[in-house]
Each structure stands twice: as C-alpha cells, then as structure tokens.
Design a protein around this ligand. Structure first.
Ligand SMILES: [Ca+2]
Ligand SMILES: [Ca+2]
Ligand SMILES: [Ca+2]
Ligand SMILES: [Ca+2]
Length: 264
C-alpha cells in the first residue's frame, strides 16, 4: 500500500469527523430553532381550530334562530283562520308583556262536523280532518309562543311544551293594525294593553328574535358586542353598549301579515 494514499485517507477521515460532529452550542441552537418552528406550526393549528369552532357556533346560532323564526311566522300566518266564521279564531295578545303571544285558528275537525267539507258527496270522511269544524278546541288550534329562561317555547292548547330554540336573548312581538279611533290608519302600532283590548283590529305582527352563540369559543375574545339592538319599531330590545361582552349574536326580524284577520 502506498504511504501517501494512507496519509491522504487519514486526513480525509479527520476532516470528515470534524465536519459531522456537533458542539453543545450548535445542538442547543438547533433545538431552539426546531422548537420555534414547532411552536409556530402548533399556534397556527390552534388558531385554525378555534376559527373553525367559532364558525361552527355561528352557523349553529343562525340556523337555530332562522328555524325558530320560520316556524313562528308560518304558524302565526294562520291566526284567525275561520272558514265557518263562527269559531272565534284570532289573536289573544298578552296585555302586559311582549315576549309571549297566543293565537288560534280553525284548521281541523272537519271529519266530524256533519258536513261534506270537500264537497265530494260523502260526509265526514277521514280526509276532511284538514277542514275547520267551527271551533278552535283541537290541540294545534291554539298556540302560545313564549320566552322561558333563554328558550323559545311553543305550547299547544293541551299544554304540551316544545322547545323551539335555545340560546335566545330576546323574543319580541309588536302588533300593528287598524287604529280604533282612526280606521284610515291601518298600520297603527298598538301597545301591549291596546293590542289585548283590540285583538280584532290586528293585521300584522313584527317578530324579533335575538339569538346568541351557544358555547363562547376562546377565539371570541377578539369580538366585542356593544350593539344596541332595536326592533323595526325602533324600540331598544337589548343594549349591549351598557355592558359589552364577547358573545356573538344575531338579530332576525319579520313582519308577519295576518291575512285571515278581519275577514269575518
Ligand atoms: Ca277546529
Ligand atoms: Ca266529503
Ligand atoms: Ca265534515
Ligand atoms: Ca273526501
């Protein structure tokens, strides 16, 4: 073996060993950089997760409130439905509070009213159950909507309660209709006592729902709700400016026209 080659080989080995080794300082720097990178990645990951959770909560809140509004508006449109003109169906607004309302309609009972409601020549078949019978005594013919500890509750005539929505801050009913002292004024705003005293004059109800996010996610600390929530009639329903919080809310409003009122 050539001596020079051996020497060159040894030299190469020495260089290699000094190049591949780490000093303690180098190792600590490497660990520090690695930690920073991991921390950054984890931070971004948590931020994504929080943001995703927040979006899910907001979606849930919106769906919750919209479903409740849809249900109330759809059912309330039938208020006063009275095909026989004798059932007395109509509104029964609460004289003191705006967070609850009661209304009735004659939408069932035709299968036993002794008449041929669908005029097919046969009296009182089962398929006449969708016709009114001149009273509003069936369970679904008188309905009350009310707030109860953050929930919208639907109660039927038999007293069956159904939770329509959770995480509700406000449910508000404002009645409009024919002014008792000026019949040309057909969108007169009744106060609670006035609505209760003149239910037959009511033609529309402004319904407002303010819902809140269910679980307040961590990321929501960035959000501050200091909104002054007013309904279509300009009433302050919820003033978060007085005590701002980190809760996200949504306000939905709808004018429900009562086309069956005032027909009889
Ligand atoms: Ca009926
Ligand atoms: Ca029939
Ligand atoms: Ca019948
Ligand atoms: Ca029939």
């Amino acid at each position: 073996m050539n001596l020079k080659k051996v020497q060159a080989g040894l030299k190469g080995a020495r260089q290699m060993s000094s190049n591949t080794g780490f000093t303690l300082i180098e190792l600590m720097i490497a660990i520090a950089i690695f930690s920073l990178v991991i921390a950054g990645v984890m931070g971004a990951f948590w931020e994504q997760l929080r943001s995703h959770n927040t979006q899910q909560q907001i979606l849930g809140m919106q769906q919750n409130a919209r479903a409740a509004m849809y249900y109330i508006a759809t059912e309330m449109r039938m208020a006063g439905y009275d095909p026989s003109g004798t059932s007395g169906a109509g509104l029964d607004p609460d004289a003191a509070v705006r967070t609850t309302t009661t209304f009735s309609m004659d939408i069932t009972g035709g299968e036993g009213d002794g008449r041929d409601n669908d005029e097919d020549g046969t009296f009182d078949e089962a398929d006449e159950a969708i016709y009114g019978n001149g009273d509003t005594l069936a369970d679904n013919e008188e309905i009350t909507y009310a707030m109860n500890t953050g929930q919208i509750i639907r109660t039927d005539q038999a007293g069956n309660d159904q939770v329509l929505a959770d995480n509700i801050d406000v449910l508000d009913f404002v009645y409009h209709g024919i002014n008792p002292v000026d019949p040309t004024d057909t969108f007169f705003r009744f106060d609670e006592a006035g609505a209760a005293a003149n239910p037959g004059n009511i033609r529309a109800v402004n319904v407002t729902i303010i819902a809140r996010i269910g679980v307040v996610p961590v990321a929501s600390y960035k959000v501050q709700d200091d909104t002054q929530y007013r309904n279509m009639d300009g009433d302050m329903l919820l003033n978060m400016q007085l005590a701002p919080d980190n809760v996200r809310r949504i306000m939905l409003q709808k004018t429900v026209k009562l086309r069956n009122m005032g027909l009889n």
